[in-house]
Write a protein that binds this ligand. Structure first.
Ligand SMILES: Cc1cc2nc3c(=O)[nH]c(=O)nc-3n(C[C@H](O)[C@H](O)[C@H](O)COP(=O)(O)OP(=O)(O)OC[C@H]3O[C@@H](n4cnc5c(N)ncnc54)[C@H](O)[C@@H]3O)c2cc1C
Length: 475
């Protein structure tokens, strides 16, 4: 009895923790540092490759609900995130070093988990006693990608995402920027009612938090816009051919869609009152603290593929960033994922090979939390399979179940990886008119249904353990 996991990222680490907690020995193959990826910088498990935000953390937000469900399912990723939390208003953001260290140490010290530093060039053999979880993420190595493509056929897809730059805190001109949360909202604030739902991916403004805001006048915005659309960018030349996730578009691609597109996207000023003028600026760029020490800030929603020299020149036109020192520039990266509805069941099993599970971003979800959530269920189910116990996925009325349902039941012809949103959860039979109350009612239903599922599962496992005992005695 053993669960083999390929990939020690967010999904693989969570899956390993869940399986080992269920008493099943686990082996994780992680290729770093033997074979690096284009974006990971360390050899740690669960390294966050871009934003340090796990997005909204309240129950009136779908990703907040997903996190609460994960906590109730004993998630390691959630526990490590709490232990490395940094201020980010109503969002959950973490010190990335401390986060990955906590996960790496916990996994390394677990008596049932073995971490092997090797690249799996093909999908390992799997059986009911030794199921396999492949959780190799958006940057799955080429050899393994080829083997996955051979298994799933033409449904193995690629697309591209882009990431935001990070600046040194000391290099931000504090005379020009102002600290504020959108709508004055931070954890526990009285502006809770103004929350929006969902929350986009890739660090795009989640509309909440303790941010530094760079305010633009109309003239400054016009100058910045002209420089941005003229800047040299591989993306813009090819952007008709590339396939970007809509929630994670490079700023230059958005800018090319229209002069004001950015003012309604990552540069939207609504709800940001400059305390010095008492007014909302014409546009604003938000900077979010990126580590516990507070010496790095990322430009929220500013993923870009502008060439680095040009990037520094254009971004230094942002008020407050004239002298900015860049810790990391924005860039574009590959994203590998399978067409979930063609390939997977809602248990995260591969339909044509049920002893194999896919989890994380390569299974067709989008985002850190969603990746870890799919790893959580794949880990629980693979462990149950190895023990000969029944397994299932929480109902569709839960966020974690809705995600599994979306991945396995969306229209395969137009499949796009999704963040969790209330939109992919079934509507309430009797929904309150008030939007906030409606979201909270969906969350209440989800948590009650999750509890019921947990109790049912516990009872099934107890029954299965009892019948095994009886069979054992009969032998
Ligand atoms: C550049 C970039 C930026 C992103 N930004 C964000 C963001 O800001 N916010 C957000 O929510 N999501 C973001 N994502 C999307 C996604 O949520 C993350 O990639 C997340 O880490 C996915 O978790 P995972 O466990 O599926 O993959 P990963 O965390 O990438 O883990 C996969 C692991 O598998 C290993 N591996 C790969 N191939 C093999 C092999 N053949 N053998 C053994 N090991 C292998 C890798 O080294 C890696 O450690 C981003 C993705 C990328 C690539």
């Amino acid at each position: 009895m053993r669960v083999r996991i390929v990939g020690g990222g967010l999904a693989g680490s969570e899956a390993a923790w869940q399986a080992a907690t269920a008493g099943v020995p686990v082996t994780i193959s992680e290729m770093r540092p033997v074979r690096p990826t284009a974006v990971h910088k360390t050899d740690r498990l669960a390294e966050l490759v871009c934003s340090n935000s796990f997005r909204g953390d309240k129950l009136d937000n779908a990703v907040g609900l997903l996190k609460e469900e994960m906590r109730r399912l004993g998630s390691l990723v959630m526990r490590a995130a709490e232990a490395s939390r940094v201020p980010a208003g109503a969002a959950l953001a973490v010190d990335r070093e401390r986060f990955a260290e906590t996960i790496t140490d916990t996994i390394a010290n677990h008596p049932l988990i073995t971490v092997v530093r090797e690249e799996a060039a093909s999908i390992p053999p799997s059986s009911e006693q030794e199921p396999v979880i492949v959780a190799t993420g958006p940057l799955t190595s080429d050899a393994l990608s080829a083997d996955i493509a051979a298994l799933v056929g033409g449904n193995h897809l690629y697309f591209y995402d882009a990431i935001s730059p990070i600046v040194l805190a000391d290099s931000i001109d504090r005379e020009k920027v102002f600290r504020a949360s959108r709508w004055g909202r931070s954890l526990g604030s009285s502006f809770d009612k103004l929350r929006t739902s969902g929350g986009p991916a890739c660090g795009v403004d989640d509309g909440e938090g303790d941010y530094l805001n760079c305010p633009f006048t109309r003239e400054e915005y016009e100058r910045f816009y002209d420089a941005l659309v003229a800047a040299e960018s591989a993306t813009v030349h090819d952007f008709d051919k590339e396939r970007f996730f809509e929630g994670c578009l490079p700023i230059e691609v958005m800018a090319h869609r229209g002069r004001d597109t950015l003012r309604f996207g990552p540069m939207k000023p609504v709800g940001l009152v400059d305390p010095r003028t008492g007014r909302v600026p014409y546009a604003a760029v938000q900077l979010r603290q990126d580590n516990l020490a507070g010496d790095h800030f990322s430009l929220v929603g500013f993923q870009t593929q502008i060439k680095w020299g040009e990037q520094a020149r254009v971004l230094r036109m942002i008020p407050g960033l004239e002298q900015a020192e860049f810790v990391r520039f924005g860039m574009v990266h590959r994203n590998t994922y399978v067409n979930g509805p063609d390939v997977l069941d809602e248990t995260w099993q591969v339909r044509r090979r049920p002893t194999l599970f896919f989890a994380g971003q390569m299974s067709g979800v989008e985002g850190y939390v969603e990746s870890a959530a799919s790893g959580l269920i794949a880990g629980l189910n693979a462990a149950a399979m190895a023990k000969g116990e029944p397994f299932s996925t929480p109902p569709r009325t839960t966020a974690i179940g809705a995600l599994a349902y979306y991945v396995s039941h969306a229209d395969p012809k137009h499949y796009e990886p999704s963040n969790i949103t209330f939109g992919i959860m079934p509507p309430l039979e009797k929904a309150p008119k008030d939007k906030l109350k409606k979201k909270l009612a969906i969350a209440d239903r989800a948590l009650a249904d999750l509890q019921q599922w947990l109790e049912l599962r516990r009872a099934q496992h107890e029954r299965s353990a009892r019948s095994e005992l009886v069979e054992g005695r009969a032998l």
